[in-house]
Design a protein around this ligand. Structure first.
Ligand SMILES: [Fe+2]
Ligand SMILES: [Fe+2]
Length: 298
């Protein structure tokens, strides 16, 4: 059985109604100023609506969102995301991004998981730590492996971290799912290629992640965070074939700059087959801008 899914990221849906002023007396103070000046104008929910309409027309089976669904990790934002995703009529998989654990309080409360746990249902290794990550969702010949790099960080810092418990479980899952012949698709918010993110924006344990991929392999790694298109490869266990790594831009961006335009990708994944079709926002609609055949399990 094949899976046709839509990958989008960094939708940063905004709803701050009813938030008391004291909730901004922390890292959110700079975040709220940033929102007022910039972010509130650079993302538009209607672009996400247009994406979902396009996805429905393309017959996608599932929506996959790789984090930063909110801005300040406040309850009204998560409630808006939950309402939106529950109402779109399309099965959805999510993982958190750094904005979804924006403050220590939101991280401690596990607010992302509390509001959006229904979109992360799946298999987990019992008693293995990692706070519920990775989770694995199997759809026929395809396995989605969801990771969390979301940690609360100081002001002006947007780094992420997997930690040893997740890395060890990822190693085990990739070995097991690979032995079962599944097309393994790893979902992570932060970029994993060297040199893509500035140090204050990067995944801290990306070399440890790369070591797991080099040892166990995967058919595809998908991420967000940089709000632009990123394409590359990580070395896998087979010297002849790398593991494709795709970063997608924000799914609600209304930037004038071409590199930050909103995009989404549709993947057709099945045994021995993996293709991607890319779509880009042109200011009024999404247009198809390319198709590529990816390497998959032979
Ligand atoms: Fe983001
Ligand atoms: Fe991010």
């Amino acid at each position: 059985m094949a899976l046709r899914f839509l990958h989008a990221s960094d939708i940063h849906l905004l709803d701050l109604r009813g938030v008391r002023p004291w909730r901004y007396l922390n890292k959110r103070f700079t975040g709220a100023i940033n929102l007022a000046l910039k972010r509130g104008r650079s993302h538009d929910h209607r672009v996400f609506d247009a994406m979902l309409a396009a996805g429905a027309g393309l017959g996608v089976d599932r929506l996959v969102l790789t984090g930063d669904l909110t801005n300040l990790a406040l309850e009204p934002e998560f409630a808006l995301v939950q309402r939106t995703l529950a109402g779109i009529g399309l099965p959805t998989t999510v993982i958190p991004g750094n904005h979804d654990a924006y403050t220590r309080g939101s991280e401690r409360a596990r607010r992302f998981e509390a509001y959006l746990g229904e979109f992360m249902a799946g298999e987990r290794l019992p008693g293995a730590g990692g706070d519920g990550y990775p989770f694995v969702q199997r759809y026929g010949d395809v396995a989605l492996i969801g990771l969390s790099t979301a940690i609360a960080t100081p002001i002006l810092n947007a780094t992420g971290r997997l930690g040893d418990a997740q890395l060890q479980q990822l190693d085990r899952w990739l070995a097991e799912l690979g032995a079962a012949g599944l097309t393994r698709i790893v979902l992570i918010h932060h970029p994993v290629l060297e040199g893509v993110a500035k140090p204050h924006h990067a995944l801290r344990d990306r070399s440890e992640f790369a070591a797991v991929i080099a040892r166990r392999g995967a058919e595809l790694v998908l991420h967000g965070h940089e709000h632009k298109l990123i394409e590359g490869e990580l070395p896998g266990p087979d010297a002849e074939r790398g593991v494709p790594v795709h970063g997608i831009s924000s799914g609600t961006a209304v930037s004038e700059k071409p590199k930050y335009r909103a995009r989404f990708a549709v993947y057709d994944a099945g045994a021995g087959r993996l293709t991607r079709t890319l779509y880009q926002w042109d200011g009024a609609a999404f247009e198809r801008v390319g198709e590529s055949e990816l390497r998959a399990r032979p």
